[in-house]
Write a protein that binds this ligand. Sequence first.
Ligand SMILES: [Zn+2]
Length: 249
Amino acid sequence: MSQRIKKCEAIVLKVTEYSNTSQIIQFFSKEFGHIGVIAKGTRNPKNKYYGLIQLLGNYEIVIYKKDTTLSLLKEISLIDDHNLLTSDLNMTALAHAAAELYLQLMFGEDDHEKFYVLLTKFYEYLPGVKNNHIMVFWRFLLRVASFLGFSLKFAQCQVCGTQNSELFHGISFVHNGFICSNCAGKRAATEHFQINESTRKLLLTLKNLHNLESFEITEQDIKTINTIFRTYLSHHLHKKIHLRSLEVL
Ligand SMILES: [Zn+2]
């Protein structure tokens, strides 16, 4: 087998139509991380892979790997199409947001497998939850931040160490977690995002998996916490992170 022929497990993050009958697919693979692949003829009904390649699906692929341009798809077989994700509009939006996030991230070579496992586990876990899928998504974002090396911490004020949660006034982007009102008052307002009581309670609950489904979450809480995560990731990655799929929530 040629050195350039590679077999790997991969998730479809994005599909674009190309020429009359082909597709360009952005995969995230366990072995190589991001791979851009051209799938020749897969939009032709006579092609054996016609209709097989679905967004968010999990596949085993064989590619002719190129480093500076698109790789070529040689074989593909389905592992799991994650079709349960499309049974609910909210869940679909969250699953797409996760793919959208991965498309904007760069991963170290040693990290491909753990990010791949994180995403597949998220897609497998989400349909099993009845309510509050958004909290599963936030937990996913916490894991992403932690894997990237900037964990968000919710146990204490990250500046003075007070554990009195009544005093938690905001999320500090600089100190990666809660900041109390005393410490926040001594720092630039741009260093943190101010939160209200219900947002604070939700964030404190995020670490506690068992209560996820019973929580009451308002639309405003969802918007606020999504903004916190997006701003937090943007701050640490030094670029604006977009999660447009969340706009339908
Ligand atoms: Zn403090």
